[in-house]
Design a protein around this ligand. Structure first.
Ligand SMILES: Nc1ncnc2c1ncn2[C@@H]1O[C@H](COP(=O)(O)OP(=O)(O)OP(=O)(O)O)[C@@H](O)[C@H]1O
Ligand SMILES: [Mg+2]
Length: 250
C-alpha cells in the first residue's frame, strides 16, 4: 500500500514474489491495480486472455488466469490492460481466498491512495506493508493509509522506505517511525539496476543479484520466510519530533 503513487509498490511486490519463488515457496503476485496494471509489464508479459477484471466480473476461473514468468517461474495473476467499464474490487476477497488455498504467499500489488478499491484490498488482506519514499509528502500519504488500515483493524507489518540516498535532507528511519508510529522494516537504496531490470523484464533480484538493493530485497523477503515476521530496522527510541504532522492526519 502507499499514499502516493510511484513509490515502488509494484517493484517490491514483484521482487518479494521472485525471492519466495527462488526459495521454492509457492507464491503468486496479484496485480490489483486494475486501472494502471504494471506487474505483467514489468515482467514483459503485457497480454493476457484472462485478467483480474475477468475473474471479478465474468466469473472466469482463478487458476486459468495465472501466468508463469518464463525466465523465473514467478506466478502472477495479471490485471488486463484492456479498459473495462465499471470494474470494482467488491468481490476481491473471493479471489484472494482462492489464491490463499493454492499458494503459501499471496502478494497483492495495490494502487496508490485511498479509494473504494483500496478499501476492498485492505479488507481482503491478512497483513499490510506500507511503502514510502523518505520525504514528508510521501510519508504524509503513508500516514493516511496506515490510519485506514488501523480503522479496518488490519495488522500492519510495517513501513518500507524506498529510494533512499542518505542525503542529509531525507527523513531518517527513526523520523519516519515517529511520524507513522509503525516500525520501519527496511530501507531500500535508490539504484539504477531497478529501472534497468524493468527494461530487461526481470525482477532486480535476478537481473542484478549482487546489487545493494537486491541484497536488501532478498534479506527482507527471507525475513518473512524464516520467521513469519519481518525484522525491523532503525528501531529503538522513537522520538516525538514529527508528531505534529501525524496529528494533522489523525
Ligand atoms: N529503489 C529504486 N531505485 C531506482 N528506481 C526505483 C526504485 N524503486 C522504484 N524505482 C522506479 O520507480 C518507478 C515506479 O516504481 P513502481 O512502479 O514500483 O511504483 P508504484 O508505487 O507501483 O507506482 P504506482 O503507484 O503508479 O502503481 C519504476 O519505474 C522504477 O524504475
Ligand atoms: Mg504499481
Amino acid at each position: 500500500m502507499s499514499g502516493k503513487g510511484g513509490v515502488g509498490k509494484s517493484v517490491l511486490a514483484v521482487n518479494l514474489g521472485a525471492v519466495f519463488t527462488k526459495h521454492g515457496r509457492k507464491s503468486v503476485v496479484v496485480d490489483a491495480d486494475v486501472n494502471s496494471p504494471s506487474v505483467g509489464l514489468q515482467l514483459g508479459i503485457p497480454y493476457t486472455n484472462i485478467g483480474l477484471q475477468n475473474i471479478l466480473h465474468e466469473r472466469k476461473q482463478f487458476q486459468d488466469a495465472i501466468i508463469a514468468h518464463p525466465a523465473t517461474g514467478l506466478r502472477i495473476l495479471p490485471a488486463s490492460l484492456k479498459y473495462m467499464r465499471g470494474v470494482s474490487l467488491k468481490n476481491f476477497n473471493r479471489v484472494i481466498s482462492e489464491a490463499n488455498k493454492a499458494y503459501e504467499f499471496t502478494i497483492i500489488d495495490s494502487p496508490p491512495g485511498i479509494t473504494e478499491d483500496v478499501l476492498h484490498i485492505i479488507n481482503a488482506s491478512e497483513e499490510l506493508v506500507v511503502i514510502t519514499t523518505p520525504d514528508v509528502p510521501s510519508v504524509s500519504g503513508a500516514i493516511k493509509v496506515i490510519s485506514l488500515c488501523k480503522a479496518c483493524k488490519k495488522r500492519i507489518h510495517g513501513v518500507v522506505v524506498n529510494r533512499c540516498t542518505d542525503a542529509s535532507f531525507e527523513l531518517t528511519a527513526r523520523e519516519i517511525e515517529s511520524m507513522t508510529e509503525v516500525p520501519v522494516l527496511v530501507r531500500l537504496p535508490e539504484d539504477d539496476s531497478i529501472p534497468a531490470s524493468i527494461a530487461a523484464h526481470l525482477p532486480v533480484v535476478h537481473y542484478a543479484p549482487d546489487s545493494a538493493v537486491s541484497r536488501k530485497l532478498n534479506e527482507f523477503a527471507l525475513s518473512f520466510v524464516e520467521s513469519g515476521q519481518p525484522k525491523t530496522q532503525g528501531g529503538g527510541l522513537i522520538t516525538r519530533l514529527f508528531a505534529f504532522i501525524r496529528g494533522i492526519f489523525a
